[in-house]
Design a binder for this molecule. Structure first.
Ligand code: NAD
Ligand code: UDP
Length: 314
C-alpha cells in the first residue's frame, strides 16, 4: 500500500537512506531538513523523483506539510563533534522539535517513529545493554545536551502514546556507518577511514580499549522499517551485537584500506562511554530481524564513498 510519509532529517546520513527505502517500496516521501548537519548532496539522486519533496525548514518551529500517514523523526545533530558545537540547538530539536512532529502525527492520526539512541544508556553498568536498563547518564556533562534531549524525547513520545493514543515507536540506534556518513563529523569510522586513505596518523582517543558495536546502514534501515510496522510501543535496540575495541576497529580499517598509517593516541573526551553493545533479543524475537553485514564487508562497501569525499574535504 502506497503511503505519504514525512521524514525529518532527510538530508542526513540515516534519513537519506530511509527515504531511499521508502521510495523504493512505492511510497511518497516529504523530506524535511534545516541542513544544519545534513547535506542536499545526499538526496541529489532524487532530483527527478516525483514522489519525493524536500522542504528546508527547522522542526523546532511548528510546521504543517499536509496530511501524512507516517512520521519518521530523524532530525538532530548526531555526532559528538556536531552536538557539542550545536548544544542548545540539540536540546531544542529533541524537545520542541519532537513535540512539533508528534503534533503532526496526532493531528493526522499518523504512525510515528522516533530515532533514539544507545546514548540513553550513557556509560552503561549493564552489559550488553537491554532495553529494560535505565542507563547511567551524566545529566550536566558535555554529552548531556544530546543524551538528555534524547531521553526527554523518549518520555515525550511515550506521553503522546499514553495520553493522546498516538501509534508511536522508539528505536534505540547503536553506532551505524556506511556511505553518506559525513566524512568530517568526527565520528570514529569517518575519522579513521579518511585518515587511513590520506596516509595520515589514525587518532585513537584514550588507549583504544573502549568498545563500540558497528551496524551497517542497510541492516539498520531494514530493522527500523520493520519496527515502524510492528505493534511495539516500547523502545527496541537496533544495532550489530559484535563488539570491537576502538584499537581493533582501527586495525580493521588499516587492513581494508591497505594503508600504512601509524596509530597515535590522543586524550579521551570526558564521559566517553567505556563499552557499548546492544542486546538484540527483542528485535530478533519481535521483528525476526538481525544484521547481516560484517564490519569488514561494510567498510569495503564504504571505501569508494570515503575516497570520493577526500577530494572535496579541505
Ligand atoms: P546526520 O547529522 O547525518 O542527520 C541529521 C539530520 O537532521 C541532518 O540532515 C540535519 O541537518 C537535520 N537537522 C538537525 N536539526 C534539525 C532541525 N532543527 N530541523 C530540521 N532538520 C534538522 O545524523 P544521522 O547519523 O543521520 O542521525 C539521524 C538520527 O539518528 C539522529 O536523530 C541521531 O540522533 C540518530 N542516531 C544516529 C546514530 C548513528 O550512528 N548514525 C546513532 C544513534 C542515533
Ligand atoms: N574515537 C577515536 N578516534 C576518533 C574518533 C572517535 O578513538 O578519531 C573514539 C571515541 O572516543 C569513542 C569511539 O571512538 O570512544 C566512538 O566515537 P564516535 O564519536 O564515533 O561515537 P560515540 O559512540 O562516542 O557517540
Amino acid at each position: 500500500m502506497s503511503r505519504m510519509i514525512l521524514v525529518t532529517g532527510a538530508a542526513g546520513f540515516l534519513g537519506s537512506h530511509l527515504c531511499d527505502l521508502l521510495l523504493a517500496e512505492g511510497n511518497s516521501v516529504i523530506g524535511v531538513d534545516n541542513l544544519s548537519t545534513g547535506n542536499v548532496a545526499n538526496l541529489s539522486h532524487l532530483k527527478s523523483e516525483s514522489r519525493f519533496n524536500l522542504r528546508e525548514l527547522d522542526i523546532c518551529q511548528p510546521f504543517d506539510v499536509g496530511k501524512v500517514d507516517f512520521v519518521f523523526n530523524f532530525a538532530s545533530p548526531a555526532s559528538p563533534v556536531d552536538y557539542t558545537r550545536l548544544g542548545v540547538e540539540t536540546l531544542l530539536v529533541g524537545s520542541a522539535g519532537t513535540i512539533n512532529t508528534l503534533e503532526i502525527a496526532r493531528k493526522y492520526g499518523a504512525g510515528y517513529l522516533h530515532a533514539s539512541t544507545s546514548e540513553c544508556y550513557g556509560d552503561p553498568e549493564v552489559h550488553p545493554q537491554v532495553e529494560s536498563y535505565w542507563g547511567n547518564v551524566n545529566p550536566i556533562g558535555p554529552r548531556s545536551v544530546y543524551d538528555e534531549a534524547k531521553r526527554f524525547s523518549e518520555a515525550t513520545v511515550m506521553a503522546y502514546h499514553r495520553y493522546h493514543g498516538v501509534d508511536t515507536h522508539l528505536v534505540r540506534i547503536f553506532n551505524t556507518y556506511g556511505p553518506r556518513l559525513q566524512a568530517n563529523d568526527g565520528r570514529v569510522i569517518s575519522n579513521l577511514m579518511v585518515q587511513a586513505l590520506r596516509g595520515e596518523p589514525l587518532t585513537i582517543y584514550g588507549d583504544g580499549s573502549q568498545t563500540r558495536s558497528f551496524c551497517y546502514v542497510s541492516d539498520l534501515i531494514e530493522g527500523i522499517v520493520l519496527l515502524s510496522r510492528s505493534q511495539e510501543h516500547l523502545p527496541v535496540n537496533i544495532g550489530n551485537p559484535v563488539e570491537w575495541t576502538i584499537l581493533e576497529c582501527a586495525r580493521e580499517i588499516l587492513d581494508v584500506t591497505g594503508s600504512k598509517s601509524e596509530i597515535i593516541l590522543k586524550p579521551l573526551p570526558q564521559d566517553d562511554p567505556t563499552r557499548r553493545r546492544p542486546d538484540i533479543t527483542k528485535a530478533r524475537t519481535l521483528l525476526g530481524w538481525e544484521p547481516k553485514v560484517k564490519l569488514r564487508q561494510g567498510l569495503e562497501n564504504s571505501l569508494e564513498y570515503f575516497r570520493s569525499c577526500i577530494a572535496s574535504l579541505v
